[in-house]
Design a protein around this ligand. Structure first.
Ligand code: ADP
Ligand code: MG
Length: 447
């Protein structure tokens, strides 16, 4: 329904793809309270006042036409959304029905495997997701994807949904956020009659694939956990696929009931980490390409170097420049980029280069753990990265040899000197070592 409304705004007002993608498509229904429909503007950078001025009326009209209800519309930002308290809780949701076969309607059309950039941070989660998409109910059940905000969990989840429906339009795929799930449980309990509960169970227990996003929010809500547990068991016994996302692994969800925790751990848990520099660049390039946005690589580099822990913010920065470009019809220069992004990126605060950071980056580069790095092991797969870390700590920080030795597992002076000398010599004589070191340096300090 919501997509239908947004499409209607697009068509009736002849919006171009960029305008639509920049302003309209990101909008979400946050809640309906009485006669007020709250629309979430997912990022402050999108310009809430502009949207309000320009799209308030078109949205109101389209909502009226599609739902037949004259809602008051209110735009809100994520932080306001969190503090919103509703007077009236048993409010109608935008009509949610049992999923029709082959129904993509509550999946974001842009979240597909094709638009997902695979990097070291998400390779495992990506292949696990693809396996589940190819063989729902058979590969891993449940699939549990976890990681910090804005790292691509929802994107992967929707990709699985699209893939399954495209392969087999007869599959019933149901995607809900855990708020939606919770609200529906509460609503059906509140209604107090068995038909409300039957309806709820019909909806959830007859699907082939159930996806619940941000499952951490069902925690601490007892009745919801209970209902979830039964839904989960029913579906799993029938070999139906369950996919969950969360911001943390089950073992870190303190108030999660033990029996549910153990169910989660039956399947496969896949985490998504923060993207490295190459992945961030690849995501920006891909997005610029999709949006037909002709933007210089050094500007993408500027964004990728300064925003590292959240892909939503990374995209937000690019979107902001795209919006500027479309409004001003001007090529984006570095000056413009720095000015437009000044509230997102504060370049006077570059990340501090510490020996600890170097050790972590080097370990990551060689796919070994920090524990291995600082262990006593002398095998060459570990010893060489360790010597490279010594060299980089010496050349990139002002730490003394003693400090470096301490951080690298309590090694003495002469070991550190020996390591540094060896790598220095290698660096001078050997092209491949030089390239390797420069690559790692770039990861440590992208600027
Ligand atoms: P999460 O659910 O983990 O908070 P999302 O899935 O909503 O994060 O991702 C945030 C934004 O970043 C989305 O617009 C998504 O398309 C984009 N994104 C995340 N990971 C990738 C990726 N690997 N390739 C392309 N886009 C990505
Ligand atoms: Mg998400």
């Amino acid at each position: 329904k919501w997509n239908e409304i947004l499409q209607m705004v697009k068509e009736e007002h002849g919006l171009t793809d960029v305008s639509f993608n920049t302003w309209i498509k990101p909008l979400e229904v946050f809640a309906i309270d009485g006669n007020t429909l709250y629309i979430l503007v997912p990022s402050e950078q999108m310009g809430l006042s502009y949207i309000n001025k320009k799209y308030y009326l078109p949205l109101k009209v389209a909502i009226g036409e599609v739902t037949g209800i004259e809602y008051d519309i209110q735009f809100i930002l994520p932080d306001q959304a969190q503090s919103l308290k509703f007077k009236n809780n048993d409010t109608p949701q935008l009509e949610q029905q049992t999923p029709v076969k082959g129904d993509h309607s509550n999946l974001n059309p842009n979240y597909t495997f094709d638009t997902f950039v695979v990097g070291n941070n998400n390779r495992f989660a990506h292949s696990a997701s693809l396996a589940v998409a190819e063989s729902p109910g058979e590969a891993y059940n449940p699939l549990y994807i976890y990681g910090g905000p804005g790292l691509g969990k929802t994107h992967l989840m929707h990709s699985i949904g699209h893939f399954i429906i495209d392969q087999n339009p007869d599959t019933k795929v149901l995607y809900v956020t855990s708020e939606e799930f919770t609200n529906e449980v509460i609503e059906s309990i509140r209604n107090g009659n068995s038909s409300a509960m039957t309806k709820f169970r019909d909806k959830y227990r007859t699907v082939d694939v159930l996806m619940i996003d941000d499952i951490q929010f069902i925690i601490g809500k007892e009745s919801t956990q209970e209902e979830f547990f039964h839904t989960f068991n029913t579906l799993q016994t029938q070999g139906k696929q369950i996919i969950l996302t969360s911001d943390k692994p089950p073992k870190e969800m303190e108030t999660l009931e033990e029996r549910i925790r153990s169910r989660f751990e039956w399947g496969l848990m896949a985490d998504i980490g923060t993207p490295d520099y190459e992945t961030r660049m690849a995501i920006l390039r891909k997005k610029a390409e999709t949006d037909n946005f002709d933007i210089d690589d050094d500007i993408l580099n500027y964004i990728a170097s300064n925003i590292s822990s959240n892909i939503r913010e990374l995209e937000g920065a690019l979107n902001k420049l795209l919006a500027f470009h479309n409004l001003e019809h001007t090529h984006i220069t570095m000056d413009i980029a720095e000015r437009e992004l000044s509230n997102i990126i504060t370049p006077d605060k570059p990340r501090e280069i510490t020996a600890q950071l170097i050790i972590e980056v080097v370990s990551e580069h060689f796919h070994i753990s920090v524990d291995q790095m600082i262990s006593k092991t002398r095998s060459s797969e570990i010893a060489r990265p360790r010597q490279i870390a010594m060299y980089l700590c010496k050349t990139m920080t002002s730490d003394s040899l003693d400090v470096i030795g301490q951080l690298l597992g309590g090694r003495d002076h002469s070991t550190i000197i020996h390591g540094i000398k060896k790598v220095t010599k290698d660096y001078e004589e050997n092209d491949s070592t030089r390239t390797l070191i420069e690559t790692i340096k770039k990861k440590i300090n992208p600027n």
